[in-house]
Write a protein that binds this ligand. Structure first.
Ligand SMILES: [Zn+2]
Length: 263
């Protein structure tokens, strides 16, 4: 200590240090644990419902700027698009708030919506999202696939209409094998949905493709529990959810006949 210069009280100094760390330079590269910490503090601070619940938060390589929150056995699972890895801390806080509001069916604060919207429209962010879409799209196209039915659009539309945008899939695309037996497949390890390219034909109505995508999205919902447990794929609950799909009967009927003709 320099004589004559009053020292800052140590408590204040410590506090400044603690506050500074996560804010520093807009959280340049938040580690998962840092995101975890941020989620915890935003959710705990804003919503009583989250207090004391386990929160598992991480960035996730979604194709678009997608963020999700979902109940797990013991708490909540939060996944933020890894396009936000470099987002300033207030933006991350806004996203977490919006997710919390969404799951509790509350209206998010205008400030949070405004902040997030500005981030979303940032040309650099838009460019990164576009680039990833293109790259994933190219990887997905097997042969002449993707001519008639844009799976990404169908997936996004279904996610909004029936799943409250809560389905988490890292990739959806046409497969390479023209399988007639297996029209769709959800891979729970890689979180991917693949459709057989036999369905990407002019003669296949959109409802049939939507039905298969819907079915695979249900698998994504029902098979998202803790890994390693053996589970039945088409439980009674799954079937009930499946039958709720509009045009369920028509789609099944068409696909049955279509596949018979292909054989
Ligand atoms: Zn199935």
């Amino acid at each position: 200590m320099i004589p004559g210069v009053p020292a800052a009280p140590s408590g204040v100094r410590t506090k400044i240090m603690l506050n500074r760390r996560p804010i520093s330079a807009g959280l340049e590269r938040p580690e998962p644990s840092e995101l975890q910490w941020l989620c915890r503090s935003v959710l705990d601070g804003a919503f009583a419902d989250f207090r004391g619940a386990a929160i598992d938060a991480a960035f996730y390589p979604y194709i678009g700027l997608t963020h999700t929150i979902r109940r797990t056995g013991r708490g909540w699972r939060v996944r933020l698009s890894d396009h936000c890895r470099h987002a300033p801390r207030p933006v991350l806080e806004a996203i977490i708030q919006i997710l919390g509001c969404k799951v509790l069916r509350r209206r998010p604060r205008q400030e949070a919506l405004r902040l997030y919207d500005r981030f979303r429209r940032d040309p650099a962010v838009e460019q990164a999202v576009r680039a990833r879409r293109l790259q994933k799209g190219r990887k997905n196209l097997g042969g002449d696939g993707g001519r008639h039915h844009p799976l990404g659009d169908i997936y996004r539309e279904l996610n909004g209409a029936y799943f409250n945008d809560q389905v988490e899939v890292a990739r959806i695309g046409w497969g390479l094998r023209r399988s007639r037996r297996r029209l769709g497949h959800y891979d729970p390890v890689h979180h991917t949905i693949t459709l057989s390219p036999v369905l990407d034909a002019a003669g296949v109505p959109r409802i049939a493709v939507r039905y298969i995508v819907y079915h695979e999205m249900l698998h994504a919902v029902f098979e998202s529990g803790p890994p390693g447990r053996r589970r039945r794929h088409h439980t009674a609950e799954f079937r009930r959810a499946e039958e709720a799909f509009p045009h369920y009967e028509d789609a099944k009927k068409f696909l049955g006949e279509y596949c018979r003709k292909l054989r």
